[in-house]
Design a protein around this ligand. Structure first.
Ligand SMILES: C[S@@+](CC[C@H](N)C(=O)[O-])C[C@H]1O[C@@H](n2cnc3c(N)ncnc32)[C@H](O)[C@@H]1O
Length: 312
């Protein structure tokens, strides 16, 4: 399998969820290797447009080399820049659908040099955008053990977070911690493997989320979509772990709940004046897809629709 291969997750359901209009304008917030993007382009007519974001330059380079379509605009940027980019193009409120397929792509995981994988040795980098910020190795060198433990606990839900942080700091007394296998071995020395899961799975996930500020990016971008989406437009988000999904779920709930007006009781002012979204529910990958693509086993697709008017 080529190192550029990425099997798109929940492809049909997410493309269907976007309810693509022939001449609509769509956003693929996470281009990756363009599987979903091609699915969107296939449904669009000549007047349709697709704006695709990816903060990883290798995704943009791949698109430039492999896709020649004037309806596609590529943006090498974090999706949290969406509001600004669309505002500059006069496109706020004009987008007919947004797809977010979160996390890392297979090419990122499979390239040991990117530092995402505990299965192959490489520099402990983990940045999706290698032109910005600090690598995981730099952060682990400068952070104290409380900070490290907090990150591993908060973003990996790892109960052994303190033991791991202690082991990291102990290791660093004699040796710089610079590679993925060093980190994987440190974690394996304090965490027992469970079922088929590598003991370092949660720790790697946590550090990756922290280094890329993934949850902050997600929360900020979801809020931005309210300004970005046109009336009746769709938002489809595929997440891969419970922390991410919780953020999406709570966002949709917050803006889709109907205001109750209990007689004689004061209305609780939560700052939300209108129902801005309609919750169209969640779905999972089929058992066929899960057996063909292990990555899809934890995928949750949530779909919401921007309302036309308040409280509809
Ligand atoms: C799961 S892959 C997407 C795969 C894609 N849907 C496909 O079918 O090929 C996620 C991609 O989103 C990018 N990404 C993740 N977080 C991002 C963010 N905050 N801003 C921009 N791109 C992001 C990653 O670099 C990665 O290429």
């Amino acid at each position: 399998m080529s190192s550029n291969h990425h099997q798109s997750v929940m492809f049909e359901k997410s493309i269907e969820g976007l309810n693509i209009k022939n001449d609509g304008i769509y956003i693929d917030a996470t281009f990756g290797r363009g599987g979903h993007a091609l699915g969107i382009l296939n449904k669009l007519g000549e007047q349709g447009q697709l704006i695709a974001f990816d903060q990883d330059i290798s995704a943009i380079e791949y698109a430039n080399q492999h896709i020649n379509d004037t309806r596609l605009t590529l943006i090498h940027s974090a999706f949290a820049d969406m509001h600004q980019v669309l505002s500059e193009q006069g496109l706020l409120g004009k987008i007919d659908g947004i797809l977010m397929d979160l996390g890392v792509s297979s090419p990122q995981l499979d390239n040991a040099q990117r530092g995402f994988s505990f299965n192959a040795d490489g520099p402990l980098d983990m940045r999706m955008n290698q032109t910005r910020g600090i690598s995981a190795a730099q952060w682990l060198a400068q952070a104290d053990k409380v900070e490290i433990a907090n990150v591993i606990y908060a973003f990996g839900e790892e109960r052994k977070s303190r033991h791991i942080a202690n082991a990291i700091k102990k290791f660093q007394v004699d040796t710089p911690l610079e590679t993925t296998l060093q980190l994987a071995n440190i974690v394996s020395s304090v965490v027992r493997s469970q079922k088929k899961k590598h003991p370092a799975t949660r720790t790697f996930q946590a550090i990756r989320i922290f280094i890329n500020q993934e949850l902050k990016q997600l929360s900020e971008t979801l809020e931005q979509t309210l300004d970005v989406l046109a009336p009746e437009a769709r938002l489809c988000v595929i997440s891969f772990h419970s922390i991410e999904d919780r953020i999406v779920k709570q966002f949709v709930r917050k803006y889709s709940k109907q205001k109750q007006l209990p007689k004689g009781l004061p209305i609780i002012d939560d700052g939300i004046q209108q129902t801005l979204l309609r919750d169209l529910g969640k779905s999972f990958a089929s058992s066929e897809e899960i057996s063909a693509n292990r990555r899809s086993r934890s995928a949750i697709l949530r779909i919401a629709q921007r309302t036309t008017k308040p409280n509809v």
